[in-house]
Design a protein. Structure first.
Length: 193
């Protein structure tokens, strides 16, 4: 690969006839600022390897998506790897498939948009804004079905509860802690009157 084109994630490259790789992503070395190509071997232990972009250009040649390769993957979409430790019966199927034209999907992967922080954290932030344990407990009862696992874990952490594992256990412990706080505040209020 003597061109200066930047390798594209999902593209396939050969280092030699039997060594096929797929580019997984591009990265920047935090210390040197150098461009890195992260690729996955499509043979052996399918390990991830990192190469400086200039070195990658020297070592690798672009290739088409493997359609019926016996050593790597069979028309996988970019980003997926299918191990083929084919038996003798499967070898015949692979060879028959090699005669058919391969239609590699040229799909563009769009990242899944993450919800805005305000929306993602809305319930948790509302819980934190409530002043009394009674208000917090009522809020948890009303929003119980809308709370995510993440919300429940964060609420348990804000109440300084030990991580009890399952979200239902964490929620049960949160209710118990809030009831205890309510009782304490009620008793403290009677003492000061």
């Amino acid at each position: 690969m003597n061109t200066h084109a930047c390798p594209m994630p999902g593209a396939f490259y050969r280092q030699s006839e039997e060594k096929l790789y797929q580019v997984r992503c591009l990265a920047i070395d935090a210390e040197s600022g150098e461009s890195l190509v992260i690729c996955q071997a499509l043979f052996g232990d399918f390990r991830l390897e990192a190469y400086r972009e200039s070195r990658f250009a020297e070592l690798f040649q672009p290739t088409e998506a493997p359609c019926a390769e016996t050593s790597a993957c069979t028309c996988d979409t970019p980003g997926s790897v299918a191990e083929t430790e084919a038996s003798a019966g499967e070898q015949g199927e692979v060879e028959a498939a090699a005669e058919e034209p391969c239609e590699a999907k040229a799909e563009k992967r769009q990242p899944i948009p993450e919800p805005a922080p305000e929306e993602r954290d809305r319930l948790f932030l509302h819980f934190l804004e409530l002043q009394s344990p009674h208000e917090r407990r009522i809020f948890l009862e009303e929003e119980r079905d809308n709370l995510s696992v993440r919300d429940i874990a964060r609420i348990a952490t804000s109440l300084e509860l030990e991580d009890s594992g399952e979200p239902e256990d964490q929620l049960r412990n949160a209710f118990a802690a809030l009831r205890l706080q309510e009782r304490y505040e009620k008793e403290r209020g009677h003492r000061h009157v």
